[in-house]
Design a protein around this ligand. Structure first.
Ligand code: 7RM
Length: 637
């Protein structure tokens, strides 16, 4: 049985051991799983070479077997997934480990019947319904690689991701109930697949019953296909370093990259971090409100909890439907013990006041979690006081799609917290704060760029189809280190506080976006010559999007022009990338070498032009005054 850290002294000791003897430490964690064949070597790496990292080398296993089969004897009748639908009056669905196992086996048989083989990519474009979790686990069971695309992405964005991964099967649903909306999902897939030659099969789960078109020979109903197959399936043996999934994420360039995670290390690390950070106890009900379209849903709705034999609640709806009490109603109804959400949701609900909280009995909650962006102190205090009754620990988990599991997080009830601090590294995570010259900054009360100097089991292995890009993005800024792209402070107590991205990535409501991606979409408008996008502080979303746009001809009707731009962005990326402000400008602040000085644009968007720094190197300094003049926010000068 896996052990768990119980005291702060144990944390210190375990951390130290993980640094001194990483192989011994992780081997011990890995022993608790089912391996068809044990590894020859725990870790093989020379330097961070782009990287070339093998964990549990030559080990053979199946992660779905470890999530499901391994628990059948001891936890067969325990709820694995509790699914809470969008509408409060629709009945919740509970799938025990036995039931989930059977459904995963069935769908694994369906995929195999459709010709899906080990290593093939399967794209999942689905709402938050149990079938999404089932489809992920079924892919894993046959050794196929899942690529989940968040169902809020547009058909263009979906097609790009399908083509990049060369997926042969897409799994989707007819529609999506989200809040008061019934969103067409299959129609988006139809549009996307029209531009994807690689796709030969589309499997459709029936959810909302809206009318959809079914293409003969290509499209199949989930319920019909599963009725034709057995619910027994022998999991396919894969190598520890075989690909488990691809997940697309944004970076500083225009095209999102497919982050690749493999099997053995991912399994060991998500299980370990889940159990320790949340201090999960056998009968706890755990609820992570993220969407499975993001890494948080992969690692901490599906894999981490199921590997730990936990009960994981999955929610279809939104925090404010039918009203702002929905989260708390669900907590009361299912007696949730561990509740994990994002700062943006907390801030949004804060704005509705405490009356929606007070209606519900939240006494089952014993630990809270936060993820996705820095949590501001005000939100932290509100969460702590009103949801945690002033006594529940808040586990502020700092990590990334690329890291697949927590890097920095307090252990619930063990690590003394500090509001708005992710606190201390997880065992196995060797942090380094670097200055801009490439030197590691030692000691406390320091600030710089956050790196990791030793591989951990769930580090990304590559970016799909482009290993060079992986190397350049993460391993070349600081040789032999993984660079997170985040700024970080280590305070006088040695606690870590993430200060935000230091690259051209913005974080809107916990959704990661590249400014270049939004710019590319804006530039699709026929009247746009050039654009520059920056993030600015936003009370609820954390960051909002501010776009500066140069037009060919000054639009006659600026409102109409903005609406057109928003429409294009919705088509190219999806509604989450819509700017809050679009300012038409005659030029952008550029250096003589043609580089846009985003710092200036950020200052204006923040509404503070008092400390612009040196603008003398600009090609045309007068443009700054024009931009301030026309700013869509009041600007302090
Ligand atoms: C899990 C996830 C990653 C980026 C990351 C940070 C920011 C995430 C926190 C945080 C401060 C946190 N993956 N971030 N969690 N910043 N405190 N607890 O969000 O790939 O989508 O985003 O999100 O900037 O680099 S992600």
């Amino acid at each position: 049985m896996a052990t768990r850290i119980r005291t702060f002294e144990e944390y210190r000791a375990e951390y130290e051991r993980s640094v001194k003897d990483p192989e011994g430490f992780w081997a011990e964690q890995a022993e608790t799983f089912v391996w068809r064949k044990k590894w020859d070597k725990v870790l093989e790496w020379d330097q961070f070479e782009g990287p070339k990292v093998d964990w549990f080398k030559n080990g053979k296993l199946n992660i779905s077997e470890n999530c499901l089969d391994r628990h059948l004897e001891t936890r067969g009748d325990k709820p694995a997934i509790i699914w809470e639908p969008n509408e409060p009056n629709e009945e919740a669905v509970t799938l025990t480990y036995k039931q989930l196992h059977a459904k995963v086996c069935e769908f694994a048989n369906v995929l195999e019947a459709k010709g899906v083989k080990k290593g093939d990519r399967v794209c999942l474009y689905m709402p938050m319904i149990p079938e999404l979790a089932i489809a992920c686990l079924a892919c894993a069971r046959i050794g196929a690689v899942h690529s989940v695309v968040f169902a809020g992405f547009s058909s263009t964005a979906l097609a790009d991701r399908i083509n990049d991964a060369q997926a042969k099967v897409v799994v989707t649903s007819d529609g999506n109930f989200r809040g008061a909306k019934n969103i067409a999902v299959k129609a988006v897939v139809d549009q996307a697949v029209a531009n994807c030659d690689c796709v030969d099969t589309v499997i459709v789960s029936q959810r909302t019953g809206i009318d959809i078109e079914m293409v003969d020979g290509r499209d199949f109903w989930w319920h019909e296909e599963v009725s034709k197959v057995s619910d027994k399936h022998e999991a396919v043996e894969v190598d520890s370093e075989d690909m488990l999934f691809i997940l697309y994420t944004s970076g500083s360039t225009g095209t999102p990259k497919g982050v690749v995670h493999t099997t053995g290390g991912y399994m060991v690390y998500t299980d370990y971090t889940f159990r320790n950070a949340f201090q999960y106890e056998e009968n706890d009900v755990y609820w992570c409100t993220a969407d499975i379209g993001w890494i948080t849903g992969h690692s901490y709705i599906i894999y981490g909890p199921l590997l730990a034999g936990a009960t994981s609640l999955m929610f279809e709806g939104v925090p404010t439907y039918p009203d702002a009490g929905r989260f708390w109603e669900v907590c009361e109804k299912h007696k949730v013990n561990i509740f994990y959400t994002a700062p943006t949701a907390i801030r949004a609900l804060m704005a509705y006041g405490t009356e929606f909280v007070e209606k519900y009995d939240l006494s089952s909650i014993k630990a809270l979690g936060s993820v996705g962006e820095p949590i501001n102190e005000e939100a932290w205090e509100w969460y702590h006081k009103n949801i945690g009754a002033g006594k529940c620990p808040i586990v502020d988990t700092y990590w990334q799609t690329e890291t697949a599991g927590f890097l920095i997080a307090p252990l619930a009830g063990i690590t003394k917290e500090k509001p708005a601090h992710a606190t201390l590294p997880m065992p196995g995570i060797q942090l380094a704060i670097m200055d801009n010259e490439g030197n590691e900054i030692e000691g406390n009360d320091v600030e710089g760029n956050l790196c990791i100097k030793f591989p951990w089991p769930s580090i990304l292995r590559t970016t799909y189809g482009d290993h060079e890009r992986c190397k350049n993005t993460y391993f070349s800024t600081y040789p032999n280190k993984y660079f997170t792209g985040d700024g970080c402070r280590r305070d006088e107590d040695g606690y870590y506080r993430i200060t935000g991205r230091v690259d051209d990535v913005i974080n809107v409501s916990g959704h990661r976006m590249g400014t270049a991606e939004v710019e590319n979409a804006i530039n699709e408008h026929p009247n746009v010559v050039e654009s520059a996008v920056v993030g600015f502080p936003h009370e609820i979303k954390g960051q909002g999007i501010y776009a500066y746009v140069i037009c060919d001809a000054k639009p006659e009707n600026e409102e109409a022009f903005r609406a057109e731009v928003l429409k294009i962005i919705t088509k190219e990326i999806g509604p989450i990338a819509k700017p809050d402000k679009i300012q038409v400008v005659s030029g952008l602040p550029k250096t003589r070498s043609g580089k846009i000085m985003r710092r200036i644009l950020r200052k204006v968007a923040e509404g503070d032009a008092t400390n612009m720094g040196d603008t003398s190197t600009l090609l045309d300094p007068s443009i700054v005054d024009e931009i301030i003049e026309g700013a869509l926010v009041p600007v302090k000068q």
